[in-house]
Design a protein around this ligand. Structure first.
Ligand code: CDP
Ligand code: MG
Length: 865
């Protein structure tokens, strides 16, 4: 699904990873000799400690000041009866010992920044401190935002469990939630809170907003901080003070704290000391290439398991598929049977020497070292390379309990990583970035870091999006390493050389807002009547260029117009169409599709289409849903298999010639008709979780549409009858009018015939787009792959070994001048160009045309309507 669909809570789990692990400061590791760093801080005087914790003068005098009465808090000191086990666990968390400092700072200051290592207890405990201090017993509740929806769900469950009041702790993510009238603590994605702002700018239902994981710098987190910097003083003026707490896993908060534009008085920063045990970093001597790194991770995990003492293993790879592939390989190598008994090491000499080595290893444990395996090998880690070739034959003394962790994994399976593994087993979690800062897995002793991260790159000019496996940042790598030192001294195995780390890793990952298109964000801001987005106090402003692109796109969609009597440069104002669009929680193009579908009963279909396009991967594409299953080996076979499966969806009621979106629509209709069971989905190669999500989104969109257009007759029934032929045609026309720029035309046979001989094979099956130099091709998974209609509309361009169009629709040439006139050159001038889109009732005025796009494609001529 293309980038413009992705909201901050669309669970693109690998999108951002800027964080810093403050303990291992000596990041460059320049020499081969181990560098010693003392990670446990030397004892310091209480005064020193106080100074470090209170960079702002307002905090210096804190301890002696009495708590100031906050009119928003009606009751102080709400008592929670926690289960004993919970009580014991929370007593151990670093944040617990700082409760008083934190709460005093919050009571005294409108805005407080809290920094503490991942796992120190910020997310689970600070909302409870606030609750106990009475912040949810007055007129407002406690709101907590998370950049990832995994965290919103799992943390709300955890806090509810710790407080033993599950009903009072709720979550809300884009499509689902369990907020109820008893909710006192609400965890939500940052995108959800941004949307709430459009209808209640002062956030009056909250007494506190906690922005969690601010170091991740997700787009909506940044924008929320900008907005809240203005809302907090406004609330103060109204006598309804709002507290803002910004939490970060790193100390890199200067973009917030030292930003005069945001906060004229810098907010106090509270640093939570957490015990971090030493972590020894081992670098590989050589850096595996892209096709080898997964294999390398597998080998390293096997060796750790066979040769090193007890302790969990956490492996960072790039995405869901890699997680699943590695999990099944490890499970194959170390099969886990629930009743397996633990075999103690046998008495062979080999094992004895291993035991000796292990002893030596123990002694080394507390040395903090960065080791290049090359030279460090002899000194500390000889055992690690001794049995390289035998590694695959030796059977382990201990079973391995392998668990995947990625954000599309069902929440019940995600929760498994927090539980202790079966007795006698070693836990091995194969994870994406999710485990870097949002979730702390207990008892990890060994981290295997591939150093890679999957990043979605988006070319603003061409609209081309690609996933690239890229090097992580140094800060993120250090964060990953830190996961090994939470409960005891640990080891981090980096599958790349220190030279690569030094030379090729960026210091930090740039904030997301500087890396992605921001049309959806700008539309939300326009709906809050912010005319000049350029002047907004962003913690890190997006580039001027992307702001201009966003405004231009909104202008082309008719969502904004220049302020009367002024040029576009001095800002633009939202139109009625734009306001309607802003009510739909989808990207502006999709919002417009909904806004235009109030005719011919198109709405239920368009809602279903938008839902399907917003949810990731509804079709299984030959990927097994159960992570225990094997992936089909050959990618080509997989594609053929998938395209066949998809064709099963073509049949009565739907013409194949309309394209992939209609197949999607039919899949939804058929699955709902069959009662949406896991069996039906498996049999028809649909992803059950995605289908359920589509149903939820359909419900939510239906509700939003009913709110936005109260007179519309629209039922909440998930069943769909097939659209009529007219409706199918209209649906495509509406889609075309909302993404007119994504048109492509097949290279005509005459051009191929006249071309150079060498060029011919490239030209066959090739399409020309409006925006790209290069030729593009219909993706083999499309139902139109073989039909190759002359004109197509695509949803996304994707770069594989060729550039592919995904989600393709067939167009009639004559529709283009009518519904995408901005891309056409007309033989006669249009008298009233702005009258072409008149707010969405489907009336389109058009003249005779000649050609389309920079290539001058000839189009059939069209009469004036
Ligand atoms: O937010 P921060 O990273 O500072 O820590 P946290 O998420 O509040 O986690 C505190 C502790 O609770 C960690 O040791 C987690 O492993 C544990 N935890 C848990 O056992 N089960 C959960 N569902 C969530 C957290
Ligand atoms: Mg946290």
């Amino acid at each position: 699904v293309s980038a413009e669909l992705s909201h901050s809570d669309s669970s693109d789990e690998d999108d951002y990873s800027s964080s810093q692990f403050p303990v291992i400061h000596s990041s460059p590791f320049p020499s081969a000799r181990p560098i010693k760093v003392d990670p446990i801080e030397a004892p310091e005087s209480a005064k020193e400690k106080a100074r470090r914790r209170s960079p702002s003068p307002s905090l210096e005098a804190l301890p002696s000041k009495p708590i100031v009465q906050n009119p928003f808090r009606k009751v102080h000191n709400v008592v929670i009866q926690r289960p004993e086990e919970v009580q014991l666990n929370r007593a151990k968390l670093p944040v617990t010992s700082e409760e008083q400092t934190i709460m005093e700072a919050i009571n005294e200051n409108p805005i407080v920044v809290v920094c503490g290592e991942t796992g120190s207890g910020k997310t689970t405990q600070i909302p409870q401190f606030l609750y106990e201090a009475g912040y949810a017993s007055g007129d407002g509740i406690i709101g907590v935002t998370e950049p990832r929806r995994v965290a919103a769900i799992s943390m709300s469950q955890r806090i509810g469990l710790e407080m033993d009041r599950p009903r009072e702790v709720s979550y809300q993510i884009r499509y689902e939630g369990n907020v109820n009238k008893d909710t006192k603590i609400k965890l939500m994605t940052d995108g959800v809170l941004t949307r709430e702002l459009a209808s209640d700018f002062l956030l009056t239902k909250y007494s506190v907003i906690v922005i969690d994981e601010a170091h991740e710098r997700s787009v909506y987190t940044d924008v929320l901080i900008g907005l809240l910097s203005r809302i907090v003083p406004l609330r103060e003026k109204r006598g309804l003070p709002l507290k803002l707490i910004i939490m970060s896993a790193t100390l890199r908060v200067e973009d917030f704290v030292a930003n005069q534009n945001l906060f004229p008085t810098p907010p106090p920063v509270i640093k939570i000391d957490s015990r971090q045990y030493p972590v020894t970093i081992h670098f590989n001597k050589r850096t595996p290439n892209e096709s080898e790194y997964l294999e390398e991770a597998y080998k390293k995990a096997c060796k750790i398991h066979r040769e090193l003492p007890d302790g969990g293993i956490l492996i960072f790879v790039t995405g869901q598929q890699e997680v699943q592939a590695l999990c099944s390989r490890l499970r194959e190598t170390f099969p886990f049977r629930p009743n397996q008994t633990v075999v103690e090491g046998d008495t062979s000499g080999r094992d004895e020497s291993r035991a000796n080595r292990r002893k030596r290893f123990k002694l080394d444990d507390y040395a903090i070292q960065a080791i290049d395996e090359e030279e460090g090998e002899a000194a500390s880690d000889a055992e690690f390379d001794v049995e390289e070739d035998k590694a695959d034959q030796v059977s382990s003394r201990q079973p391995m309990f392998v668990l995947p962790l990625f954000s599309l994994l069902p929440s019940a399976k995600q929760a498994l990583v927090f539980q202790p593994p079966p007795a006698g087993c070693r836990l091995c979690v194969v994870a994406t970035n999710v485990a870097e800062t949002s979730l702390t897995i207990p008892d990890v002793k060994y981290v295997v870091d591939t150093g890679k991260t999957k990043t979605k790159l988006y070319d603003r000019n061409t609209g081309l999006s690609t996933f690239r496996i890229m090097w992580n940042s140094k800060a993120a790598s250090n964060q990953r390493a830190g996961r090994a030192g939470r409960t005891s001294a640990g080891h981090c195995y980096r599958l790349f050389s220190s030279a690569v780390f030094n030379d090729e890793f960026a210091q930090f990952t740039p904030p997301e807002i500087t890396r992605r298109p921001i049309e959806d964000l700008v539309l939300q801001m326009k709906a809050m009547n912010i005319e000049k987005v350029v002047n907004f106090p962003f913690p890190s402003p997006p580039s001027r260029e992307s702001l201009i692109v966003a405004e231009a796109e909104l202008l082309a969609l008719g969502a904004v117009q220049p302020v009367k009597g002024k040029t576009l440069a001095s800002g633009s104002r939202i139109t009625p169409l734009g306001r309607t669009m802003s009510n739909f929680p989808v990207a502006p193009r999709f919002a417009k599709m909904l806004a235009l579908s109030g005719q011919h009963d198109l709405m239920p279909y368009m809602i279903s289409l938008v839902a399907a396009l917003t949810v990731q991967e509804p079709f299984l594409e030959g990927k097994p849903e159960d992570d225990n299953q094997e992936l089909p080996e050959d990618a080509k076979q997989r594609q053929a298999y998938f395209s066949q499966l998809k064709k099963r969806w073509i049949g009565q009621g739907f013409s194949k010639m309309l394209g992939d979106l209609m197949v999607l629509l039919k899949a939804i209709g058929a699955a709902e008709f069959a009662g949406l069971t896991p069996e039906y989905c498996a049999e028809h190669c649909l992803r059950f979780k995605a289908m359920k999500e589509i149903r939820q989104l359909r419900q939510q969109l239906t509700n939003s549409v009913l709110l936005a257009v109260p007179n519309l007759e629209l039922s909440l029934d998930p069943n769909l009858s097939p659209p009529t032929e007219l409706q199918s045609k209209l649906l495509i026309q509406v889609v075309l009018s909302c993404m007119g720029g994504k048109i492509a035309r097949r290279i005509p046979a005459s051009v191929i015939a006249a071309a150079n001989v060498e060029d011919k094979s490239k030209l066959r099956h090739a399409y020309q787009t409006l925006s790209l130099e290069q030729l593009v091709y219909i993706h083999p998974s499309s139902v139109l792959f073989q039909d190759e209609p002359e004109f197509i509309l695509y949803q996304e361009l994707f770069e594989g070994n060729k550039i592919y169009c995904r989600n393709v629709l067939e167009l009639k040439g004559a529709w283009i001048p009518k519904f995408a006139p901005q891309h056409c050159i007309f033989s006669a001038p249009l008298e009233e160009p702005e009258a072409r889109f008149d707010g969405g009732n489907g009336n389109v005025i058009c003249h005779r045309t000649s050609t389309c796009g920079p290539h001058g494609w000839p189009l059939p001529s069209v009469e004036v309507d």
